[in-house]
Ligand binder design. Structure first.
Ligand code: URA
Length: 239
């Protein structure tokens, strides 16, 4: 049970004051009757709350996957540039959303957007070593020594030691396509790991975080809620 204004602002982008104002002027109904008291307590799981004619679909937390295009900032908000939150459809908008795990502005691919701070903390914690899978295009072929350095755990140019990573060449050539799995999340880690072995990453995409795999039917910029199964798999990841 929670206050009506609190329930509404937890499920929408409205502030508590805005929710209170709508309630006061009679634009909110509970179980079909106008409720003008912001302080009345309801269980949103069992009472039908309607705001301005739109039923409030209640979920304690939400989990969306986005196929991030390049050029979009992976932060909650920015005064000047579009962010991953701006790409979500109206139905997903609510306060407190953030991307669980950052991608660089020029990186593409899987971003998990949620308002579940506990889950985000768990999957990002270095203690849990959740694998993150990336595909990268390089500016030159990957040598056998470079691949071995990845498997041993590369040392970055500033001396930072990385955990062993998996690397596989998917398409050979002057600009090979490689798949890399890392078990930590240091700043610009993939680009810095390749820089440490003399390669430059010209294109980068994240395709998985633990068992959560990017839905390839999502075009760049598109998003969808996680399925129950995906939510369970990501929650079980840390165990
Ligand atoms: N590593 C990088 O270098 N960039 C990213 O966006 C993610 C991982």
């Amino acid at each position: 049970m929670d206050r009506l204004d609190k329930i509404i602002c937890s499920q929408t982008t409205l502030t508590r004051t805005e929710a209170g104002r709508l309630i006061k002027i009679g634009r909110v109904t509970v179980d079909g009757k106008v409720c003008k008291q912001a302080s009345t307590k309801w269980d949103p799981a069992t009472h039908a709350i309607v705001v301005d004619g739109k039923p409030l679909s209640y979920a304690e937390n939400i989990y969306w996957m986005l196929n991030k295009p390049a050029g979009i900032l992976c932060v909650s908000r920015d005064p000047k540039a579009p962010t991953v939150i701006d790409l979500l459809p109206e139905e997903a908008r609510r306060r407190g959303l953030f991307p669980a795990g950052r991608l660089d502005k020029d990186t593409h691919g899987l971003v998990l957007i949620t308002d579940d701070g506990t889950l985000a903390h768990d999957i990002l914690s270095p203690r849990h070593h959740i694998p993150k899978t990336y595909r990268a295009v390089l500016d030159k072929p990957l040598t056998a020594e470079a691949a071995q350095a990845f498997r041993d755990g590369p040392t970055l140019e500033d001396g930072t030691q990385c955990l062993p990573a998996r690397v596989q060449v998917l398409e050979e050539g002057e600009n090979p396509l490689v798949e890399v799995v890392i078990y930590e999340g240091k700043f610009h880690q993939i680009k810095r790991m390749f820089a440490a072995v003399g390669c430059h990453v010209t294109w980068l995409k994240r395709i998985a975080m633990g068992g959560l795999i990017l839905d390839e039917t999502l075009a760049e910029g598109e998003s969808r809620p996680l399925t129950e199964q995906e939510i369970t798999s990501i929650m079980n990841e840390k165990k």
